[in-house]
Ligand binder design. Structure first.
Ligand code: 6R9
Length: 656
């Protein structure tokens, strides 16, 4: 293996294990030998070549017209990647695989009622084309934004690809969001076309999705010209269609067998818009360009998640969020692999559902979130232990910090203790993974994301933009553009500049909004959003650090820490079912914090709760918990996954 480090600053991937700390774990030998990325020289190559190095990513795609320039940075912070190039994302995800693997499965779908459907690349090609022809027939033209409001059914990725084929940017709205949220996103995106469904199942119950869509329609300022409605529920729900509403089935049937020439898009043309999850402030319409986005997504799916064409790969994130876009649809399909799509809940019909699906499908790469992993832990290792999970070659995690405890549990009980676990940091705005270990090269440090990927100039800096010392908290910034980056915001250039960019003496810096530390090896630990940092007793704590200590306590499953108006630390804690939420446990948590962080970190109040309030994408709503701790008014909680817990928490807090 090449012995090159990163420009002498740190030596990731150096065989002599320069990476320090007792907790660093080398990539397993068996994995390393067969990894896609096994040459540590890749760091140096990117360092030496600069943006030009990203040709390697663009070259994973088929281009209609080749690009000449890799990066046009004449007008920062408006960067253009591969500007002269033209390509079509759907052709890259489907058509080009027809020569070699038309009969290979592209999508394996598992529905909530035990249904299964599989699509080969040929099937996918046929249905995508029929829908693309149908959408055209309904008047959808290039650059018309189509809103997709669908659960995890095959029609969702098919609709994304059909839109991409005709150059119509999609605007996917998570199916569980309210009518109001849908209306806001339709208006904000100037979208005149909608694809939705009659309803979907949540456990036993059929939910009426169409009525939410109807409701949204009454609220929008603009005009919805045409709506396509997928029949997900069959007879379970009777939905009547108006003149400008069309059954998906009939649209696709009417055009079955037709092919639509993929529209060659400029690399900088809009592929999709995605509204961010809104943990803070108003949702923002993040715009992703076709060429740069797809290049980095394909490159990271290969090099970070180690996915190859013959894998069966499962990204458990909902396609309604960026992770599902990049790593549930575009990444795996661009590489021609088989991607698993699961509509159901992880604990239905039983708590071993996920392990059962992995075993059944011989899934080799599994990518999920710390929230999910914490649930799995809470349910108990007997569930994964009862299944043959030996097909797994790599595990990934994304979305929030993972505690060392959860990381180890995941690796041991799901990965058989001998696979790499990649903790991947990125955002809706970055489009693709930006920080992570390269699994065949870099040692892993549980609880720490890892170094920036080659070509990502991430830096942890202080208020003045100067690099912080190892271990000191700072702001995570990115000092050079990268291909998957957002090309702008739907809300305009000014907002884009203001939200994300700072001009410094040495150029433009992208602000991630996250706090972080960096260690001597260049490994970055995410401390949470900058506004999650709490200042109490003249100390600067970060929520992740305290929470990670609390969950180390026996019996504790999840924790969220906030500061109140009196400068006190309030810890919200969920426990493993059956554990007494009594004084000994309070004492144990306090001891644990004192031990891990210091006496100064002992919480003033511990509030036991059956669940923590979470966004639909699984992020803990710390802001809300902070408002509750401070006895302040808080806003609308209906967009939460579990709004019902809020009242309960509030009354518990009042009693403590
Ligand atoms: C992909 C996605 C982005 C925010 C990001 C950060 C948090 C994501 C993380 C992580 C710690 C990780 N985040 N990955 N924090 N470790 N591996 O989640 O996008 O929904 O836009 O959220 O999520 O705070 O800024 P998005």
């Amino acid at each position: 293996m090449d012995d090159a480090g990163m420009d002498g600053r740190h030596s990731i991937g150096d065989d002599s294990a320069v990476v320090s700390g007792d907790d660093a774990i080398d990539p397993p030998e068996s994995f390393r030998d067969r990894a896609v990325a096994s040459d540590a020289g890749v760091y140096e190559t990117f360092e030496r070549e600069g943006p030009e190095a990203w040709r390697r990513a663009a070259d994973l795609l088929d281009w209609e017209r080749p690009y000449e320039t890799v990066l046009d940075d004449d007008d920062p912070p408006f960067y253009e990647w591969f500007p002269e190039g033209r390509l079509n994302a759907a052709a890259n995800c489907v058509d080009r695989h027809l020569d070699h693997r038309r009969n290979q499965l592209a999508i394996r779908w598992f529905g909530k009622r035990g249904e299964r459907r599989s699509y080969t690349y040929l099937d996918l090609h046929r249905e995508m084309n029929a829908l693309a022809a149908g959408l055209r027939d309904l008047g959808v033209g290039e650059d018309d934004v189509v809103t997709l409001y669908l659960p995890m059914i095959p029609e969702l990725p098919i609709a994304m690809l059909a839109c991409a084929r005709i150059g119509a940017p999609h605007n996917v709205v998570f199916a569980g969001l309210s009518a109001e949220a849908l209306a806001t996103r339709i208006d904000a995106a100037d979208s005149e076309y909608l694809i939705t469904c009659d309803g979907y199942y949540r456990r036993e119950d059929a939910f009426n999705q169409k009525s939410k869509a109807d409701n949204a329609r009454l609220r929008i300022d603009g005009d919805l010209r045409q709506t396509v409605v997928v029949d997900r529920l069959g007879d379970a729900l009777d939905v009547s269609l108006g003149d400008d509403e069309h059954a998906y089935e009939s649209v696709v049937d009417a055009h079955d067998g037709e092919t639509v020439e993929p529209v060659a898009r400029d690399a900088t043309d809009l592929l999709f818009v995605m509204y961010t999850s809104g943990t803070t402030g108003q949702p923002k319409g993040v715009e992703h360009a076709t060429g740069g986005y797809l290049s980095q997504v394909a490159w990271t799916t290969r090099n970070v998640l180690d996915v190859r064409p013959d894998d069966t790969y499962w990204c458990a994130a909902d396609i309604g969020w960026i992770t599902g876009h990049s790593y549930g649809v575009y990444g795996p399909l661009a590489l021609g692999t088989t991607t698993v799509l699961y509509e159901g809940s992880p604990d239905y019909p039983d708590r071993d559902r996920v392990w059962d699906l992995i075993e059944r499908n011989a899934v080799s790469v599994f990518y999920t979130s710390p929230t999910a992993i914490r649930s799995f832990m809470k349910w108990g290792s007997e569930y994964p232990d009862a299944h043959d999970l030996s097909s797994i070659r790599l595990l990934g995690t994304v979305g929030e910090s993972i505690t060392p405890k959860a990381w180890r549990w995941y690796r041991e009980h799901v990965g058989g203790d001998d696979v790499p676990v990649v903790d991947t940091w990125w955002q809706t705005e970055t489009g693709a993974i930006a920080l992570a270990t390269l699994p065949g090269i870099s040692p892993m440090k549980p609880g720490t994301v890892g170094p920036p990927l080659p070509g990502i100039d991430a830096r942890v800096v202080d208020e003045d933009g100067d690099p912080v010392d190892p271990g000191e908290p700072g702001y995570l910034t990115i000092a050079a553009p990268w291909p998957g980056m957002l090309r702008g915001l739907r809300e305009g250039d000014e907002r884009y500049r203001r939200e994300y960019w700072l001009e410094g003496d040495d150029g433009w810096r992208y602000r991630t909004g996250d706090g972080a530390t960096v260690d001597e090896d260049g490994y970055i630990t995410i401390l949470g959003r900058v506004d999650d940092v709490i200042n109490v007793r003249a100390h600067r704590f970060n929520t992740a650090e305290l929470e990670s200590a609390i969950v180390e306590t026996d019996g504790v499953t999840e924790a969220a820490v906030v500061g109140d108006n009196d400068g006190q630390i309030v810890a919200y804690v969920t426990t493993r079912s059956g554990v007494d939420t009594d004084d000994p446990l309070r004492e144990a948590i306090s001891e644990r914090l004192a031990r891990s962080v210091g006496d100064v970190a002992r919480p003033d109040r511990i509030v036991f709760t059956p669940e923590l309030p979470k966004t639909r994408s699984g992020k803990i709503m710390r802001r809300l918990l902070e408002d509750i701790a401070r006895g302040e008014e808080f806003g609308d909680v209906s967009a939460l996954r579990n709004p019902e817990v809020v009242g309960e928490i509030e009354s518990t807090v009042r009693e403590t």
